[in-house]
Design a protein around this ligand. Sequence first.
Ligand code: DC
Length: 246
Amino acid sequence: MTVRSDVRTEGSPVIPTQVVAIDGPSGAGKSTVARQLAAKLGFGFLDTGAMYRAITWHFLQEGCAPAECAGDPDRGLARMRQALAGAKLELVSGAVVCNGRDVTAHLRTREVESQVSAVSALPFVREAMRDLQRAVAVAGPVVAEGRDMGSVVFPQARWKVFLDAAPSERARRRCQDFARQGRVVSESDVLEEILVRDRLDSTRSDAPLRQAPDALYLDSTGMVTETVVAMLLKFVRAGAAASGAS
Ligand code: DC
C-alpha cells in the first residue's frame, strides 16, 4: 500500500465504507489487534498514529515542531504549514517513508512522543491526514486504527469499534513494548505519560478521542490479543453476513 501526501480528495470526496474503524486511547492494543485482524481478513492496515508521528518527526527535522516554535507561534504555524506542504508521506508494507527516507525506527522516540499530541491537535495537519487516510481506504478495504476513525474520518464505516483497557494495564503493556525495544522505563512514568496523552487527545477541539455512538465498546483489560482479535473477527463476519456480503 502506497500513498503520497500529494494525493488529494478535493471536490466531492469519496468517504469509504469498507472500513473496520478501531479507535481508543494510547496503549489499548489497537495497533497489534488491527494488524492481526487485517491479516486475517485480507484487508489493508492503516496505522494513523504512525502518520501523525511521521509528520511530527518531519517537523522536528525542519526545526519547527510546536515546542521549538513556542516563542513565535504565528511564524511557527506558517513554518509548519510549509513543512507539511513539502512532506511526501508513503506507507509501504508496514514502513513509513517520509520524503524518500524510511522513518519507521524514529516514530517512537521520546522527541516524537513529546510533540505528537500537539502536532495532532493542529486542524490543518488533521485535514491533510484525513484526506490521505480516505485516499488509502478508497483503494481497497482497510482496518484503520486511531482516535477519530469512526467519528470523523470514516463516519460511514461498516464496522466501528472502541477498544479500551484500564490505564494501569495500558501502562503495563507499553512497558513491555519498550522492554522489547531494549528501553527500560518505569511503569509509573509510563502511566503518567498515558494519562497526560489521554487528556490532551480527549480535550482538543478538533476531532477529540471519542467513541462513535454506533461503535462496539470493547474493554480488553485482562484479555490476551488472540481473544480480542477473535472477538473482532466474529463481529466483522457477523456484520458482513447480516448485510449479505460474502
Ligand atoms: O496511536 P499512537 O500512540 O501512535 O498515536 C500517536 C498520537 O497521534 C497520539 O497522541 C494521538 C494522535 N492520533 C490522533 O490524534 N488521531 C489519530 N487518528 C491517530 C493518532
